[in-house]
Design a protein around this ligand. Structure first.
Ligand SMILES: [Zn+2]
Length: 154
């Protein structure tokens, strides 16, 4: 299994949970990607969030958190591969959302990336953020609910 499409030759080091630098998350400039889980009736598994720290021109630390944890040091090309895998050709409700501190996207983010637009609730028509919309698993069809309509349907 490759991690987010990163070629093995672009992974410089791999580490485990003990090596992770969670304490620095609040202070260092960093970028984080969050898995945008919108299915209310299914438990999320796997990697929930990814923190990326630039450590040098050709050195990026990638920390993965969630049901699967681990950390990797990857090359510049490797971080571009990750960006392409997670942020290119996004669906209207993307699987991953990106946050950057400072509030400026890093240059490895693919050029076709743009922040997702709000989406409409199928029931009441309210526009809600892609991180708020819910897409329950149903056999019928693809449905999108705002949290209020979803709660009403329960
Ligand atoms: Zn609604």
């Amino acid at each position: 299994m490759t991690l987010f499409g990163i070629s093995e030759t672009n992974i410089i080091e791999t580490g485990d949970r003990e090596d992770m630098t969670i304490d620095s998350r609040g202070t260092d400039d960093h970028v984080s990607l969050s898995s945008n889980w919108t299915i209310p009736n299914l438990t999320m598994s796997g990697i929930e969030s990814v923190y990326i720290f630039k450590k040098g021109e050709n050195r990026y630390l990638v920390e993965c958190w969630g049901g699967m944890t681990g950390n990797y040091v990857v090359t510049r090309e490797g971080i571009e591969e990750l960006g392409t895998t997670l942020l290119s050709n996004q669906e209207p409700i993307p699987s991953w959302t990106i946050y950057s501190r400072p509030d400026e996207l890093p240059d490895w983010v693919p050029s076709d990336y743009h922040p997702p637009d709000p989406v409409e609730c199928d029931k009441c028509g309210t526009e809600v953020a892609v991180t708020t919309i819910l897409t329950p698993m149903t056999a019928e069809k693809y449905e999108k609910y705002c949290p209020d309509c979803w709660n009403d349907s329960l």
